[in-house]
Design a protein around this ligand. Structure first.
Ligand SMILES: [Fe+2]
Ligand SMILES: [Fe+2]
Length: 151
């Protein structure tokens, strides 16, 4: 049983956010699968998870900026902290050659993600909806700053 399985409880009124979150779940599961069955794929799958997570967080932070949510909120801090941990783990694996630390990381990331998606990402998704944010154009009809546009 994977550490993290997608469920409707994680979905929001933002299909683009949901797509990214489903991809996150898939990439996390791919690392887990590689640890169990395909050692050659551990490093590439972890690299893919790291790259995807950077893009995932950047996307949300761009959306926050465009609707006028201040960057100094706890949401972006959590993103930064998680990326720091991912980089740190990559460094430890590089030094020790032992990828088993990823088992603990996967379990912690799975728990963190559920809470983060249901609280911080949920607030972002609801605010995007309230602002009339269009992910195609990156603009909000009613940004919190009172200014049209954003990105
Ligand atoms: Fe997210
Ligand atoms: Fe987030």
């Amino acid at each position: 049983m994977p550490a993290l399985v997608w469920s409707d409880a994680m979905s929001h009124a933002q299909p683009d956010m949901d797509t990214t979150h489903r991809e996150f779940v898939d990439r996390l599961t791919a690392v887990e699968h590689a640890l169990d069955h395909d050692p050659d794929q551990v490093a590439p799958s972890f690299g893919a998870l790291l790259d995807h997570t950077k893009a995932h967080f950047s996307q949300e932070e761009r959306w926050m900026g465009a609707i006028g949510l201040v960057p100094e909120n706890g949401h972006a801090d959590q993103h930064r902290h998680v990326l720091d941990v991912l980089h740190e783990v990559r460094g430890v694996i590089g030094q020790t050659g032992d990828a088993q630390i990823l088992r603990r990381l996967i379990s912690e990331l799975a728990s963190w993600f559920v809470a983060h998606a249901q609280m911080m990402d949920a607030v972002l998704a609801e605010t995007m909806l309230a602002c009339g944010f269009d992910t195609e154009t990156g603009t909000a009809a009613r940004p919190l700053t009172g200014k049209a546009g954003g990105a």
